[in-house]
Design a binder for this molecule. Sequence first.
Ligand SMILES: [Zn+2]
Length: 132
Amino acid sequence: MPPQTSCKKFQGTVSEYLVRHKSILDVMSKFQEASAHVNRAMAKAVTNCGCLKIKAEKQPVSPNVNFSEVSKYVKTHIEGSLCSNCREVVEAELGNAMFYIAAFCTLLDLDLEKILSKENDRISTLGVYSLT
Ligand SMILES: [Zn+2]
């Protein structure tokens, strides 16, 4: 048997621990909650900690700019970087959200690694145009 990639290993572990939230309804609602927690952790990094600032404004992209060059002009609107504490919280919340993504895959008999691979191929093939 070939060694398992971290993706397959993760989905396997999630499958084993998918006891309390085995209903697809639980997974759907817990995934939404987990996504909200990721955003909440980001908001707290800005408003409680202050290690990040969000300075948003309209993206100043001229209609004459070639789409492949847009990334040179658009901003993330993020200033600063996550401190070690906020990084730990955001990582934990993202990990929790990934748990529920893997749970979706398990309950629907989907292969998380295949999905990632397909998406990677799609993005690679279509390039910047895939994300519009
Ligand atoms: Zn912080």
